[in-house]
Design a protein around this ligand. Structure first.
Ligand code: AGP
Length: 369
């Protein structure tokens, strides 16, 4: 097992560090950045279905559901196709309205999640075309779907999903951009420019991973907190949810993720000097509005851990801790903002002596209801 961990203390840490390669492996061979071309057989072979789709419904569970939410923001922003994201467990039992004009995208790392598999079968029985995004080749979900695209993350052993999430976002970005360009919503030069920025992501994550010591220092300050809030907006709202899930899963600290602006509709009541709040405040993501949320937190003595864009000055003045991510297109920031949140939960769990790779009560894939 030590050999399999490749010198890391835990699979989770190894998998966090594998993300630059996992993302590269996922987009490699699928895009020609300079030419502004995306090739994905699963989409190309059924392009008319995608072009005529009245709606895309994404079904998934857990972290994959968070990936789906990022997908909703990406597909609606770029391809202008309406998207709904559903928990597979709810979708399968609520008699959903699905027709042959809908495309259902099922997302699953393992490809074996029982609820997601049942949701696929239901969608197919109602005539929808079902597209899968899976990591495990030949898995049940990969076999059950009409077409699909694999994430090439490699085996994910840690129960807490890390590289599966960022590679799912990578595939969803490619799908959004491909459909956008096919629909004429993006010109070749615009697509090419976005793909060139995408090519820089693995290198940016490589650099970002060097913040590990700083994240460890922050983890040491907050490891005994009983609760934690995560806030983000737009593309980074699902990242806030994912950050909170990671902390809950492996450290057993109660954490909640919220869209930043929802804070004043309830969670603000929880804020006092004992509440750490992780705020994603990238410079193009409704920045001024998030800054005002940060000020509201500060005035209630909450402790702020802010994820900001390199060179930020405004948030730095108010936040208790600041973690910088490299500059990129706002739509690509989830691939970067996720990294420090993974590291934060990892270090807190290690400091608390928890079983990081196999947290209590959790299974890597939930094959029963
Ligand atoms: C994430 O860290 C989880 N352990 C869990 O939420 C997981 O994402 C969920 O069970 C879905 O699994 P899947 O992607 O294999 O379908």
């Amino acid at each position: 097992e030590q050999i399999e961990k490749g010198g890391y203390d835990h699979f989770m840490l190894k998998e966090i560090h594998e993300q630059p390669k996992a993302i590269l492996d996922t987009y490699r061979g699928r895009m020609l950045a300079d030419e502004g071309i995306i090739r994905m057989a699963g989409i190309d072979d059924h392009i008319n279905k995608f072009m005529n789709a009245q709606r895309i419904i994404i079904v998934a569970c857990g972290t994959s559901w968070h990936g789906g939410l990022v997908g909703e923001y990406l597909i609606e922003e770029f391809a202008r196709i309406p998207v709904e994201v559903e928990y597979a467990s709810e979708f399968r039992y609520r008699n959903p309205i699905v027709t042959s004009k809908d495309i259902v995208i099922a997302i699953s790392q393992s490809g074996e999640t029982a609820d997601t598999l049942a949701a696929i079968k239901l969608a197919k029985s109602k005539g929808a075309f079902v597209f899968g995004i899976c990591n495990v080749v030949g898995s049940s979900i990969a076999r059950e779907t009409d077409a699909g695209a694999y994430t090439h993350a490699g085996p994910e052993i840690g129960v807490a999903s890390t590289k599966a999430f960022t590679t799912q976002i990578t595939v969803l970005t490619l799908i959004a951009l491909k459909l956008a360009s096919k629909k004429g919503e993006l010109s070749k030069p615009e697509l090419s420019s976005l793909l060139q920025k995408m090519q820089l992501i693995p290198g940016k994550i490589e650099n970002l991973l060097k913040i590990d010591d700083k994240v460890k220092e922050i983890a040491a300050v907050y490891k005994d907190a009983p609760n934690c809030l995560y806030l983000g907006r737009g593309f980074n709202f699902p990242v806030a949810l994912e950050g909170a899930l990671k902390l809950k899963e492996i450290s057993y600290i109660h954490a909640e993720g919220y869209p930043a602006a929802e804070m004043k509709h309830g969670p603000i009541a929880l804020i006092d000097e004992n509440m750490p709040i992780v705020v994603i405040a990238t410079n193009k993501g409704h920045y001024e509005k998030v800054v005002s949320n940060i000020q509201e937190i500060k005035s209630r003595a909450g402790k702020i851990i802010a994820i900001v864009t390199e060179g930020d000055t405004q948030v730095k003045e108010i936040a208790d801790h600041v973690i910088e991510i490299p500059e990129t297109e706002e739509a690509l920031t989830p691939l970067l903002t996720t990294i420090p949140l993974q590291l934060l939960s990892y270090h807190i769990a290690v400091m608390l002596g928890k079983n990081v790779d196999q947290p209590r009560n959790l299974a890597k894939s939930v094959t029963v209801e």
